[in-house]
Design a protein around this ligand. Structure first.
Ligand code: CP
Ligand code: NVA
Length: 309
């Protein structure tokens, strides 16, 4: 695939709409025919640097890299100590001596930008502003439900307008989905992000509000935890009380007419999502989790331009 020159994925702003579609197409192909891609990353090593806990991201990268013939090295940031034991830049320069890419889960987006100054490509495995790998898996899942062309699908997001939401807005803009984002007051995506989105995708059809009625007519409703990793304890109880009306419930599904639920997980049952609703919709939610691996395999293969067979 000659026009695939994806150099990094600090956020989905690093990929054009065409490159996002190409990554998704390769992800579907890798999912269907995994045996054809066993040597893509042969001889290559990828550092997985995590400042926060993870189940899905860690396992899906580790197993996915192995399936492509590569080697993953997990680094707990408590051991590596970015900013305390040594600087982020020094870590990046050292990792470049032995690895061909850095996958990093960090608190601050700026840490990823510092890592990306080094000599190897960086993939964002979640920061405060973005979760691009989640979005690629989510778009892949939506394509499995509705077909490759998602322009007729209306996606609703309810909850905190932070990392998962912002990346999803970017993915929706790139693929031409109609998206409605509904957050409590004070938790909309940042204006910096909204401006950047409008610059990259002037014709996007993503609207943000605080009114649950704006979700009427959505085909799919998506939510994420109200208390993101690192926010525990900082007024979490007050935040949960403010978010209560924005819980994803059977009632909201009926009011809006939505047919599917999506959640990036981990879920906090009977907080942002009614537990029995999550159980009813577990097939889609687990498909999102499964597709993390396929989407990330495709992304890494395109970034590292491995031998596809
Ligand atoms: N959705 C997601 O990123 O899950 P983990 O935090 O378990 O990696
Ligand atoms: N918003 C959540 C996403 C977890 C995958 C967090 O940042 O913890």
């Amino acid at each position: 695939t000659p026009n695939a020159a994806i150099t990094q994925c600090v956020s989905l702003f690093d990929l054009s709409a065409v490159q996002i579609k190409q990554t998704l197409a390769l992800a579907h192909e890798m999912k269907a025919n995994p045996a054809n891609y066993r040597q893509c990353l042969a001889g290559k090593s990828v550092a997985l640097l995590f400042e926060k806990p993870s189940l899905r991201t860690r396992v899906s990268f580790d197993v996915g890299i192995q399936q492509l013939g590569g080697h993953a090295v997990y680094l707990d940031s408590k051991q590596v100590g970015p900013g305390s034991r040594e600087t982020v830049t020094d870590i990046a320069n050292n990792l470049a001596c032995w690895t061909q890419a850095i996958v990093a889960r960090v608190y601050q987006h700026t840490t990823l930008q510092q890592l990306a100054q080094g000599r190897v490509p960086v993939v964002n495995a979640l920061c405060d502003e973005h979760h691009p790998c989640q979005t690629l898996a989510d778009l892949m899942t939506l394509q499995e439900l509705y077909g490759d062309d998602l322009s007729q699908v209306q996606l609703g997001y309810v909850g905190d307008g932070n990392n998962v939401c912002q990346s999803l807005m970017l993915g929706a803009a790139a693929l031409g989905l109609k998206m409605r984002v509904v957050t409590p007051q004070g938790f909309a995506p940042t204006s910096e992000f909204a401006n950047q989105l409008a610059q990259h995708y002037p014709d996007h059809n993503v609207q943000v509000s605080h009114a649950l009625a704006d979700l009427d007519g959505c085909d799919v409703l998506y939510t994420d935890t109200w208390i993101s990793m690192g926010q525990e304890g900082q007024g979490a109880d007050e935040k949960k009380a403010q978010f209560q009306p924005y819980a994803l419930t059977h009632v909201l599904m009926q009011q809006t007419g939505a047919e599917h639920v999506m959640h990036c997980l981990p879920a906090h049952r009977d907080e942002e999502i009614e537990s029995s609703l999550l159980d009813n919709q577990l097939d889609v939610v687990l498909r999102q989790a499964e597709n993390r691996m396929h989407a990330q395999k495709a992304l890494l293969a395109l970034i590292l331009q491995g031998d596809m067979v």
